[in-house]
Design a protein around this ligand. Structure first.
Ligand SMILES: [Zn+2]
Length: 236
């Protein structure tokens, strides 16, 4: 019985080790997602700036077209003026030309504004792209390092799992089943140490007879309070 208990204790140690390794692995996985998310955010920012820039360029092209059309109108009106006979008509066309010239001036002002916006946006885009490139390189290195850590941990998990299988082979199947069920029910702790008459799993006092029986190693004894399999530990 003592040997079985020792093996169960080893099994619990391995299981805890595997739990710890898996926890660090998921921590690293979370860090990996964080890094990827950071790159995605930077990519979205670049895409947004590219869209604004393209919108601004379209606006500029449209203004240029309107500008050209207005200039054409002015030229046409000026040509027509030469053939005008009445003073009334002359004045009407003159007013049209004045209005068109005002329009041209307005469009030119808007164009200047657009050009300014384009320059600002192009500058912002170049800076963002630079940051993104840097981030991609930097993240690539960090991702590689994290992935290397994850696979190192995985090989540790694999060797612990192999070790676990060997211990399990040496134990009766029903005992392993009991251990596994208990472990699930007792938040990863199927075993509890017994010391100075107490169960260290739940800190409850053990019946003296039960505690004394632990010294005999004749049968599997469980704590009447938390149902964990008891293992006698005289020292810490
Ligand atoms: Zn207990």
């Amino acid at each position: 019985m003592k040997k079985k208990l020792d093996m169960l204790e080893e099994l619990q140690g391995i299981d805890q080790q595997i739990d710890t390794l898996k926890a660090s692995q998921s921590g690293l996985q979370a860090e990996l997602s964080g890094i990827n998310q950071g790159v995605d955010v930077a990519r979205d920012e670049v895409a947004l700036l590219e869209a604004s820039l393209s919108e601004c360029e379209t606006g500029k092209t449209e203004l240029e077209a309107t500008h050209a059309a207005e200039l054409e109108n002015i030229t046409r009106s000026e040509t027509n003026m030469k053939e005008i006979k009445t003073n009334k008509e002359f004045q009407a066309v003159g007013r049209e030309i004045t209005a068109a010239r005002k329009q041209v001036t307005d469009i030119e002002e808007q164009l200047l504004q657009k050009i300014g916006q384009l320059e600002t946006l192009a500058g912002e885009l170049a800076a963002k792209k630079g940051q993104l490139d840097e981030l991609v390189v930097n993240s690539g290195q960090r991702i590689e390092a994290k992935q290397a850590e994850i696979s190192t941990i995985q090989s540790d998990i694999d060797s612990e799992t192999e070790r676990r299988e060997n211990v399990v082979k040496g134990l009766p199947a029903n005992l392993v089943k009991r251990f596994t069920t208990l472990r699930e029910q007792r938040r990863g702790q199927a075993l509890a140490f017994a010391r100075d008459g107490y169960c260290m799993g739940c800190n409850m006092h053990l019946p003296p007879q039960l505690y004394n029986n632990l010294y005999k190693y004749e049968e599997l004894l469980v704590c009447p309070h938390c149902q964990r399999i008891l293992i006698l530990k005289l020292q810490q």
